[in-house]
Design a protein around this ligand. Structure first.
Ligand code: ZN
Length: 419
């Protein structure tokens, strides 16, 4: 089945978009044929599907359970006790809820780090979204635990590869330099090379963790990892990067490390403000992540786009920083580049990950400066979502999942966590 989006606004012009299999075949004037499923785009705007470069999707179930607390109290008293009760089924339900939210708010790809990946992969498969999944490894410098974590990570890479679903890709997730030993990090790197998968890691999120790494190693986290060539010959997505020295910025630049900027999570947990304008000056690839719903508290990437565009203006007292166009790229083409996915723009030959937005929305009027509206004004709820050439949502109705059933399952899963 081919999909034809008729008369849709793409970059300010009315066009037809023809999708064949999972790619954009043609953009222009396309004649309707028998075997095409036609979407009337005359009242809609087409944008590339958004890409969330750092999250923990099953944490949708932790939304709102503990707000306005210091990080350690939040983790010790709320998040970790609830995470101890997780199982595959609960993670599956939380992921389904996350998938509903991502689809409704135009996110087509997410980069995840969590546990019980069978549950996550099952929900991703059923929902139709695209996911890069890493098992979050933490050894807390314990040798037994290290070996088990590495075994699990390798098991999950093979598990995901064996699913043979081009929408579900494996990655490696050593949690962070303050929770993982040097040996674990080195072996994770070896596995990344062996399987040719990216590494997804938390870096320099809080001043406290940086202090811990410095006390242990005498170096800032990026310098420490670079001292054993961690960043060489692999693709790395480094989440947060809030507190960086100039020397660390140089490493990020020289080693082509992709940064996942998570401004809302960093603000809510009072971690700080990442030096994004400085990184951009060095041509670092900046992408956007929501982080988990325990610290955001949603997966609506349009909010992240807006905050990333306004935060650095206010903080640096310079309204010219992070222009709308740039912030939008963070969540699209830059994310695709970081994850090695051939999407992130509406162009012939690219993967067909396309989102349609209804123009009948007060936040998009007057209709002229659409790119500005999408960054500074739009509420984020979209009309139609196509992922990998398949229609996943049509006129706000999700086709792949029973939305009501997902809510019921999520409530039951939440009750289990609160027992
Ligand atoms: Zn995180």
């Amino acid at each position: 089945m081919r999909v034809l989006i008729k008369n849709v606004f793409v970059e300010g012009k009315r066009r037809d978009i023809l999708i064949e299999e999972n790619r954009i075949k043609e953009i222009g004037e396309v004649r309707r044929e028998e075997d095409m499923e036609v979407i009337d785009g005359s009242n809609k705007i087409a944008i590339p599907g958004l890409i969330n470069s750092h999250t923990h999707i099953p944490m949708t179930l932790f939304r709102g359970v503990a707000d306005d607390l210091p990080l350690m109290e939040w983790l010790n008293n709320y998040i970790w006790p609830m995470e101890a009760k997780l199982n595959e089924k609960i993670v599956y339900c939380g992921t389904l809820l996350g998938c509903v939210e991502m689809i409704k708010t135009g996110t087509t790809t997410f980069n995840d780090m969590y546990f019980f990946l069978e549950g996550i992969a099952k929900a991703v498969d059923e929902s139709g979204v695209r996911g890069v999944l890493a098992y979050g490894m933490i050894d807390l410098f314990d040798e037994d635990r290290r070996e088990k974590e590495l075994e699990k990570a390798e098991y999950y890479i093979n598990y995901i590869k064996d699913l043979n679903n081009s929408r579900i890709l494996p990655a490696l997730g050593p949690h962070a330099p303050y929770t993982c030993s040097k040996e674990l990090l080195k072996k994770a790197k070896d596995l990344a090379i062996k399987y040719n998968v990216p590494i997804h890691i938390h870096m320099n999120e809080t001043l406290d963790e940086i202090k811990m790494v410095k006390e242990k190693t005498g170096m800032e986290p990026f310098l420490y990892l670079n001292s054993f060539n961690f960043f060489d010959n692999i693709k790395v997505i480094a989440a947060h990067c809030v507190h960086l020295t100039d020397e660390e910025i140089k490493i990020i630049k020289d080693k082509n490390i992709n940064v996942s900027h998570n401004p809302i999570s960093n603000l809510k947990l009072a971690s700080g403000i990442a030096p994004i304008p400085k990184l951009l000056k060095e041509n670092v690839n900046i992408t956007l992540g929501t982080d988990g719903c325990g610290s955001n508290n949603n997966l609506n990437l349009f909010e992240e786009i807006k905050v990333s565009a306004i935060l650095h203006k206010g903080y640096n007292l310079d309204p010219t920083l992070i222009k709308a166009e740039e912030a939008f790229k963070f969540a699209t083409i830059n994310g695709a580049k970081a994850l090695g996915i051939d999407a992130g723009e509406i162009k012939e030959g690219k993967l067909a990950d396309i989102v349609l937005i209804n123009k009948n929305n007060p936040t998009l009027r007057p209709i002229e400066n659409i790119r500005s509206h999408l960054v500074y004004s739009f509420n984020g709820f979209v009309d139609d979502v196509i992922i990998d050439g398949k229609i996943v949502m049509r006129d706000r109705e999700i086709i792949t999942l029973d939305e009501q059933k997902v809510y019921e399952m999520a409530e039951k899963a939440y009750d289990k966590l609160r027992e």
